[in-house]
Design a binder for this molecule. Structure first.
Ligand SMILES: [Zn+2]
Length: 394
């Protein structure tokens, strides 16, 4: 398979790739316009009506270029949208994975309108990741224009709840990935040099609940067993597991407990974010959390939660995809870099079940989830060239 892919690439002279780049340079106004259209439909994860409006439009757009849409109904969050395209050869489909939900509440557009300035397009979700969804659309359309039809089957899966943990979409993402030869994730590139993401940390979320024994802090201090004190000891112990050099960290970001200063606290809770670099670390952290025991035997400790996203590890499948991407980029005189990042995406799920995954193929820009979120417009043509090439060669 690998050698066949290589020869396909070699058979196509450098000139063809430059022509493809020029095709997308000519398409740039359309790419920008489509991205703007997507940004101007607000689609916060927690507003089903708005998210569904976006999903319906996307299904129609991809259907208009020959896809068959399937709507996976979801109760709480927006419906998830799957679009399948037939292809000429018998290879497994390539899965183009993305999300259309954003972290911006309804009404953000009024304060943060979609605008172009200094070669950049600003707006809620423009980088993370509505430009990525637009790239999918134009890469598929281009392959059809160049070859009359897609060289291989393509599945597009657009998720409605990625920013809130992908609880409604995860099982579908994993099923579609299992049916696919490779997964290309259109999340933003890493940094302004446009690196693709070949490793992502995994993410865990835990809540530690401590029950103690309340007592009057003045009259009966010896009768109380403080849940707050117990929780503090637990946190200090857990913090010792931090190993930043190995990419392992935990943060007790939220803490609650107690009722008044003169009462020894009967209850305390901490919400903890955990980041891990390998599946092994994930298992180790999960074991440590669920094995927590009270220091004070009059207190009890219970733990909820677990690892939400396993890390996307830079394994052989990931490296092979990166090499293919690099070879395509080289054809248009672009030295494509790779990066390992701390945040998780749905690519963690697909890589976690062993399907070759390359992430960060989407827009290039800065400020994801922030008021200055933007993409660099001039980067779009080569991103589209790369994606179209990956659909064919991944
Ligand atoms: Zn994203």
């Amino acid at each position: 398979m690998r050698s066949k892919k290589k020869s396909t690439m070699r058979a196509e002279p450098n000139r063809i790739w430059h022509e493809r780049l020029r095709y997308f340079e000519a398409k740039l106004p359309d790419l920008v316009q489509t991205t703007r259209e997507f940004v101007e439909i607000e689609s916060p994860s927690d507003d089903k009506l708005s998210a569904d409006r976006m999903g319906t439009l996307l299904a129609a757009r991809f259907q208009a270029i020959g896809g068959t849409a399937r709507v996976h109904r979801a109760e709480v969050y927006g419906d998830n949208i799957q679009i399948t395209f037939p292809g000429r050869d018998k290879r497994k489909p390539v899965l183009l994975l993305g999300h259309f939900d954003t972290v911006y509440p309804l009404g953000t557009l009024a304060k943060m309108p979609c605008r172009v300035a200094d070669g950049r397009m600003y707006g809620p979700g423009v980088l993370d990741m509505k430009s990525g969804v637009a790239l999918m659309y134009y890469a598929i359309q281009a392959q059809q224009a160049w070859h009359g039809s897609l060289p291989r089957p393509v599945t597009v899966f657009l998720v409605s709840d990625e920013e809130v943990g992908s609880y409604s979409s995860r099982a579908i993402t994993e099923r579609l990935a299992r049916e696919s030869g490779a997964v290309l994730v259109l999340e933003p590139a890493a940094g302004l040099r446009g690196a693709v993401k070949t490793a992502r940390k995994g993410v865990g979320e835990y809540t530690i609940n401590v029950k103690g024994i309340a007592a009057h802090a003045g009259l009966d201090p010896s009768k109380g067993h403080s849940a707050i004190l117990e929780l503090s000891r637990q946190i200090v112990t857990l913090t010792k597991l931090n190993d930043l050099r190995r990419g392992l960290s935990m943060n007790p970001g939220v803490i609650r407990g107690g009722t008044r200063t003169n009462v020894i606290a009967a209850e305390a809770h901490a919400d903890v974010d955990v980041r891990i670099k390998s599946a092994k670390q994930a298992a180790m952290m999960d074991r440590k959390f669920h094995a927590l025991k009270a220091f004070d035997k009059h207190c009890s400790v219970s733990v909820e939660g677990g690892i939400n996203r396993l890390p996307m590890e830079r394994n052989a499948g990931v490296v092979a995809l990166y090499k293919t991407a690099q070879a395509i980029a080289r054809e248009i005189d672009w030295k494509l870099e790779e990066a390992a990042v701390g945040g998780g995406s749905d690519g963690n799920f697909t890589a976690g079940i062993g399907i070759p995954t390359l992430d960060g193929l989407g827009g290039v820009g800065e400020g994801a989830h922030a008021v200055h979120e933007h993409i660099v417009i001039s980067e779009l043509p080569r991103r589209a060239t790369l994606l179209a090439g990956m659909i064919e060669n991944a």
